[in-house]
Ligand binder design. Sequence first.
Ligand code: PEP
Ligand code: MG
Length: 874
Amino acid sequence: MSNKYVYLFSEGNAEMRNLLGGKGANLAEMTGLGLPVPQGFTVTTEACTRYYEDGKVIADEIVDQIYEALAKTEEINGKKFGDLENPFLVSVRSGARVSMPGMMDTILNLGLNDVAVKGLAKLTQNERFAYDSYRRFIQMFSDVVMEIDKRKFEDILDEVKASVGAKVDTDLSADDLKVVVEKYKALYLKEMGVEFPQDPKVQLLESVKAVFRSWDNPRANVYRRMNDIPGDWGTAVNVQAMVFGNMGDDSGTGVAFTRNPATGENKLYGEYLFNAQGEDVVAGIRTPNPIADLHKTMPAVYDQFAEIANTLEKHYRDMQDMEFTIERGKLYMLQTRNGKRTAAAALKIAVDLVNEGMLTKEEAVMKVEPKQLDSLLHPQFNADALKKAEVIARGLPASPGAACGKVYFTAEEAVEAAKDGSKVVLVRLETSPEDIEGMYASQGILTARGGMTSHAAVVARGMGTCCVAGCGDIRINEEAKTFEANGKTYKEGDYISIDGSTGNVYGEAVETIDAAVTGDFATLMGWADDIRTLSVRTNADTPRDARQAVKFGAEGIGLCRTEHMFFDEDRIPAMREMIVAKTEEQRRAALNKLLPMQKADFKGIYEAMEGRPVTIRFLDPPLHEFLPHNDEDIAALAKEMGLTFDELKGTVESLHEFNPMLGHRGCRLSVTYPEIAEMQTRAVIEAAIEVKAEKGYDILPEIMIPLVGEVKELKYVKAVVVETAQKVMDEKGVKIDYKVGTMIEIPRAALTADEIATEAEFFSFGTNDLTQMTFGFSRDDAGNFLDDYYAKKIFESDPFARVDQVGVGKLMKMAVKLGRETRPGMKMGICGEHGGDPSTVVFCHNIGLNYVSCSPFRVPIARLAAAQAVVMGK
Ligand code: PEP
Ligand code: MG
């Protein structure tokens, strides 16, 4: 039997999301619940995948099934495509498994042609309405499906308006619109070389193809990469009978949420427009009315809607985002889905739903996207600084948080400026899907137009980026790259600050302060901690970072990179002395200068961690990184050190390496200069003994030897560590426990993990280097070509951000297994950048690591992801 590629709404349900896409599955579910849904059908995601497999054609059997479903849908709706009496019109929408901005725009009024337009005029007794719908359809089809520049259509419209002296579109009469239609069709013929398709079936198939194509457009690809959505999921296409919100003042269309998507408040929230169609509400061109007003103007419809909203929320046990249309006083539901929300709203809703008895705690932790927490973990405005700052404009508080940065007026310029390290606020009249990368690159987004459900607002909330929308107080001059507010002109590169929680805009940089985990956030994190089995540590090199991480729930330090401590201005001279030393004696003298500084650092970190485990990694980078490189600096240093210029220059040159990443670094340094490991061991152990005596904390230092690929390297360095530690403990007459372990960051270490585990007491996966060496990609240079890899579909995500589970992951699994064969129950963690990436955290849980370690700001994200890993595994 052939595959089923097309389902009527009455044939599906919410469980079929993978096949029908989110939108299609929910339309089917609403149909099953008996809600007023205009009927239609869904072409499956498998049809999309097949379209690509077949070389971008829709197979005959799929076409047949589409026509079959169409015939049935015509019958259900009692209308016929292209009919003079009762024409059937449909909308065509994309709908992937998860909602994906950047995909194809909706096509409305499909089915209109020279005959059907007359039928529509007759049916509605409104010729103007019919021809306005027809001209909109031609424009939409030409733009979205055939990619003819929509400005050419707008020019025609403006021309006709001017010729009859019409100021706005609504001044045009039916006859004027007929002229527009003829001109539009002529433009289509000129651009495409064929007539505008009159056959609705052709219109439909072309539109279905356009939806499939849009799955692969650059915007969709960027979105997928940012959100870990696999390219082979494909999108479904929903074909639904049209209902009209623009049939007069008893018609309208709107978008509403069962709870407030910005704050989580349990109150119906949304907007609608009378006499409007589809995208008018979200396009941000007309300013919509709050949903509560519908209660006054159409109380019965409002009550029905509120009841449906309630039913849907109870049914899905989550906050719903719904689209509806009122056609001549009758309510229709066009869509429902779990609503996108800010991180703060996500936390409040999850906690409230547990308190309302709708969700278990396990279910609640699944309701918050770990990456979203990021927006709550970053600075907020300093209240005092904020009081002093002058508000220059006010807009809608569309997505909370504080942002301060330089103004840029286009997405491209925002991306460029952010690449150069600037903090950026993107200022636009309104945003569109093309702006997505610029929105990602920005600290905040400010738009002059649009409501709370405008593109900017919805997308910013999804990304957790601060956004002030609909700020009519600013006048943007896009060409001059300036905006005016409060009598002053702000130009590109000027600092402004925006507050997405109040809608305030400040014409200056306002100081920000760190965030804290309190309230609903703390409650949900408490539940996550009860559920998770994976520990979460932090990568921290300073007491300040360590304290911050503890506030965010870190249970230890998984990586303290000791070299960072040597780059300090007051330390680098001693470090340089150590490097250029000619004899062991000279080197020891320099190391003796470094010892007290290093010991003080470790004491600070131990104190900040209050007895939690601390993994200290010994010196890792190639030594020449610490040296001066230009002649001027070399001369200055030579003078300081009492060397001749030539002597020092010679040393610097002798340390030059062609490929430092694979050069004299990591444990190789201690193999050559064991006295470095001696000094570091002494600092680690003396600091632990002193902090124990002074503060009473039992410190368990974990000494980590980097870049081991051969067990004998580790054996050699470990012997130095053990001997030194013993010496220090004997001197002090105090015994402390410590461990010596290694990083697994060289493929050979993973391959021989059983041997390495004979010496190593713990493993920590250094997935930055492991990724670098497994792929053979330089971690410093890969950024230059990875974009091409995404564009050419070789990679879907950055292997330096999200662990490549297939290759690097295989090495990790192997190392876990081999290591524990030698040393049962051996403690293992990860400390590469990947340790804070939610999908990697889940992977680490699944392969049996004991902890992940990540930057302080990602600790709560990792805690939540670790809890989700447990729930997913059940
Ligand atoms: C690693 O390689 O993953 C790691 C944590 O070490 P570094 O980034 O310091 O090389
Ligand atoms: Mg490394």
